[in-house]
Design a protein around this ligand. Sequence first.
Ligand code: AKG
Length: 257
Amino acid sequence: MKGLKSINEILADLEKEGYSVLEGLISSDQITVIRDELKCILADEPFGKNNFLGERTKRLHSLFAKLRSIDDLALKEEILEVAEELLGDVILGASVATQIFPGESEQPFHFDDGIYPLPKEFREVKLGVIWALDDFTEDNGGTVIIPRSHGKREHSSLSDLGERKVTVMPRGSALLYLGSLWHAAGANTSGEDRLGVILQYVESWLRPQDSHLISVQINEAMNLKPKLLGLLGYSMRQPFLGYVDGQDPMHLLHERK
Ligand SMILES: O=C(O)CCC(=O)C(=O)O
């Protein structure tokens, strides 16, 4: 799955396979900036405390409160277009960096929209994006997916879901996957750590996993691009969801300026 894909090709991949890999989306310089900033903050973070979070994995949550270099990832046009085509009006759900160190074992398989108490047959409500800030390889923790396992939230036995596949992709690529696709962070048997950033887009009536409106302070919010503000929750879903004092939350920011 290489080369530039059209929005329709990406949507067709998602419908058929449950995922799509897009390569070469960000420049090497941009990767270096994001990687350096994240690694600097992650250096002081502890390892996870269980096998889901990973005892040899470091995570950084609430990214929009901590660094500005990822704003462009969230606003990547092709990805937003896919998210909106698929889900309609969207906001950002979780934003988390995962740094997987040598010695980490495979994470338990899961699907991301399992956090919502939806009926098992419910439509897709979430698009996950895992940005590779290092090359993802067979042995350094490249995300393991089960192609075509989307829409099978009910399944209890992993072996029924089909063959697993490690996402091998060069840094600067993004793995797009549906919220019901079964996947896991891979084991890292290499000698190097692997850094990725997960950004999720969800239908805008759902509570976002990461409470951006609390973590991004209002003074900081006033400096952000309007589209990003909308994705962080400074927006209304029509006809009447998410207001402040009965008005679009953007009024609040304009009043403060
Ligand atoms: O970092 C990855 O490759 C995937 C991690 C993941 O799926 C999770 O932490 O929920």
